[in-house]
Design a protein. Structure first.
Length: 264
């Protein structure tokens, strides 16, 4: 599989998925997906596009996706394809222009086995991708995380604001601005391109939320652990929520964040 294959998927998604954004039935719930979240028509259509493209490649893949769970393509085995068809689907169906598709390609069953990550902003069309050992890219241009020790902007996500925000307040004291966009994969992509310094989410995430972003951050020079500074490379991929996330532009900022959180 090549990055051009994922970009071809992204092109079709960009043409088709935004058409559902303001549909009369955009907020109608079809079912609960394998990941435990509500499935909207946009989620379903995006997943169908991705699966159809993967089937057309002719290779044997094992797909793990937020909506359908596990699916074997052409006999299964081979590469693992970890998919979040619409990351930020609540944004998407309510009209907020902040959502994306995230696809990670793995040579094994753990986060550290990601060899290719692809994220496309389905509003702007910006494409982020990373190849293991070959760097991170935005629209074909090499990117790196923001240098220096200053913490200008922190991105965060919260599923339980009443609990999470009090835990994050010491971390927020380090920064000039804090933002919550509602799309984990995009948060990690923006960290990789140097737009922000830190991304954190105290609520447990699933591997398809962050696997592609993990490789982007790592290849761009950043660092990513859970909020207790435990490595995430050995976490097994799947649809269950597994861990918190703390991602930083570099080691020094990561240490400052962990210190603020009372971990070190």
């Amino acid at each position: 599989m090549q990055i051009s294959d994922l970009r071809s998927i992204g092109k079709t998604l960009l043409e088709m998925v935004p058409l559902y954004r303001f549909a009369d039935d955009s907020e109608d719930v079809l079912r609960v997906g394998a990941g435990g979240d509500k499935t909207f028509k946009m989620d379903e259509r995006a997943e169908e596009i991705i699966i159809t493209h993967l089937e057309s490649l002719g290779g044997a893949f094992t797909v793990i996706s937020e909506e359908i769970g596990k699916k074997e393509i052409n006999g299964g085995g081979g590469l693992r394809i970890l998919i979040d068809p619409i990351d930020g689907s609540k944004n998407a169906v309510t009209g907020l222009p902040m959502f994306c598709t995230s696809i990670a390609v793995l040579e094994g069953d753990r986060v550290g086995d990601v060899v290719m990550g692809y994220i496309i902003n389905l509003i702007s069309g910006d494409e982020f991708w990373a190849l293991k050992g070959q760097g991170a890219y935005l629209n074909g241009k090499s990117v790196m995380t923001r240098p220096g020790d200053d913490v200008s902007v922190i991105l965060f996500e919260s599923q339980n604001p009443g609990i999470d925000l009090s835990e994050l307040l010491p971390l927020f004291s380090l920064c000039f601005r804090a933002r919550c966009f509602g799309a984990t994969a995009l948060n990690l992509a923006y960290l990789s391109m140097g737009a922000v310094n830190v991304f954190v989410t105290p609520s447990k995430s699933r591997t398809f939320d962050y696997a592609a972003g993990y490789l982007l951050v790592k290849e761009a020079g950043g660092i990513m652990t859970d909020m207790r500074n435990k490595p995430i490379e050995d976490i097994e991929i799947g649809v269950k929520k597994s861990n918190t996330i703390l991602a930083s532009a570099n080691e020094n900022i990561h240490k400052r964040a962990l210190t603020a959180l009372g971990v070190i």
